[in-house]
Design a protein around this ligand. Sequence first.
Ligand SMILES: Cc1ncc(COP(=O)(O)O)c(C=O)c1O
Length: 455
Amino acid sequence: MKIKSRREFLTAGSTATLSAMLAASRPAFGFSRAEGTKPALLGGEPVRSKPFTSWPVWDERDENAILPVLRSGVWSRDAVVAQAEQRYAALMGARYCLLTCNGTQALITALRALGIEGGDEVITTPYTFVATIDAILLNNALPVFVDVDPDTWQIDADRIEAKITPATKALLPVHILGGVCDMDKINAVAAKHGLRIVEDACEAHLAEWKGKKAGTLGDLGCFSLQNGKQITCGEGGAILGDDEQVMELCYSFHNFGRIRGKHMPTDKGASPILGTKCRASEYQASILITQMESAAAETRKRHENARYLSSKLKTIPGIVPRRDYAQTNLTSYYYYGFRLKEREFGLSRTVFVKAMKAEGIGLSTGLGVIEGGPMYREGVLESTLTSRTFRKLYPQQRLAELLHDDHFPHCEQLVRETVGMHQSFLLGTRADMDDICRAVEKIHQNREALAKIAL
Ligand SMILES: Cc1ncc(COP(=O)(O)O)c(C=O)c1O
């Protein structure tokens, strides 16, 4: 039978194909409570009624840290920011850290400090949050995309070299969802072609590649400290680096182009280079200092819970958890994701997510990264590449090539198949993880009935 659409597939799946699959299926984990029970979406009892761990987590340590800042009246960048920078650098194993007001500005600043400007190309992944692309475009450079590795969801390092042109100046790997890109291969390509590397580690605080932290594996590493991130102070960003001169350029750019410590005019003026202002505040820094204290233990817990979840979920037909490269000895989950292969599972992703929600487990189909589609389908790319500035800076033919460079099948597949949950779910207990598995199993067992209600 020729299947033309997802709807037709589900109709077909709910008859012949699915009957065969049902006959062959058995409970994956022997969770007898899940067996034979009616899905909550069809009026049964939900697996779970209590909420998962909320995020962010704070206590009196955070309150005690923020109050003195409030009472000091010094709320702008000062000693607390400097202290937080030292601690962040030490935590990550970098020589220097500069805090910024958010991760987007950290990326803009880092690219700028490495000399990226109009006429340059920066290679990155289409499977990211829009801020990665904004940072390249705001430096008047061109983002050039490389498809992802379908297993790890990271940029496919083996495909980078084919995208290098004489205009390529930097690589911008994104350690997406808290995994780590293949930094051995990426560093080798960069060394061979004389390229700089800015790591977008906005989602990968404390993740480790062969024992070294994400964000310390290239020239500069950028982090987001926004509310949902594994280390947060509400809004905030950080740049890590070992090169003092480059880090001083970051500092100057983020502070009106001023030279550090010199607020009075020098012989080249108070602001010898063009800058902006994206400084972190003392409030942000005070919360960051206390939040850093629990970060390692939380990361470890998420890592362990995610491993447990993957070991269980991958036994269910059609569930393919994201995996990491063997060199990633610690994953810092920002989002626990798996691919739902609708045909093998026997249910559409839309119904699966609805059914999970009814069971008390609110999953999403991405976390900003993907919900709206891959980056090359974002309007920002077209409007910027067709802008007056870009038309002046680049040959028309190159702009047209990049605008039409939209064949990234692995990325498209992820956009269609991703299902997952925010990192805070992974801070729960083993019993919480079992609830997630039990709900998935229950839905799988009842997929035929669920598929029917969707039609
Ligand atoms: C991959 C990635 N890059 C950049 C950013 C931008 O960080 P921020 O929201 O702190 O500006 C984020 C987070 O939102 C992100 O997930």
